[in-house]
Design a protein around this ligand. Sequence first.
Ligand code: MG
Length: 274
Amino acid sequence: MRHMIPIKSEREVEGVRRSCVLAANLLCEVASKIEPGRSIREIDEYAGVRMKACGARSPFLGYKGFPGNTCISINEEVVHGTPRDRKVQYGDMVSLDLGVIFEGWVGDTAMTVAVGLVEGENRRLMEVTEQALYLAIDKARLGNRLSDVSHAVESFVVANGFSVVREFVGHGIGRTLHEEPQIPNFGPPGKGPKLKTGMTLAIEPMVNQGTSKVEILGDGWTVVTVDGKPSAHFEHTVLITRDAPEILTIPEGRAGEVARKLKEAQQIEKQIAA
Ligand code: MG
């Protein structure tokens, strides 16, 4: 079998859902600590303390030797930023990727946060990346094929003059952080396995303002753009259902906001189709 994508039962979905809500809540909480003068290390340590207090732990810590609880990547850093002494500065765009293992299930979510005023092309980069995520989520429907999700990201990003990172991709998620399938943020539509009810997928566009080309810093982890231009990253864990996709990584009290963003994406899609 080429594609062994785990299908979760109702009971298993409940486990993933709980860990996803916790990840989403912690993402917001840790993001609120992203302030000028604070180092990546301090923010990451705070995340570790909060995870522990919630009875959870990081699926990133120790993954192939990764040294952080979270991935914190600033400006030209794309993803997988390690805990370092680099300090957040006013005007930065900070990508925070946070996963938890809670009661045996993994949830994974990310967002790019503006530190103070971020305007112009940098603001647009963040907006386009987040909209690309919601456009992709809207394709995560029963009967669609996996690459419909991928294609939604790439076509929107390219139409907006930005580029998608090709070396790193989204993934199935559940008992472990990375399950089948891999979910690229590029490719033609209509390819790959059909999406089925009970699949849980972490969809995560990584979008660069300039070239799509990236390299890895000397720490062996932190991915940066080769042209030094900024990058943004948004991620949700999503459940395929009989009806609309269910976003599992919604922070408590934010369902309205997330529904609005999904609706906005659907309107963008209609405009593209017209
Ligand atoms: Mg992920």
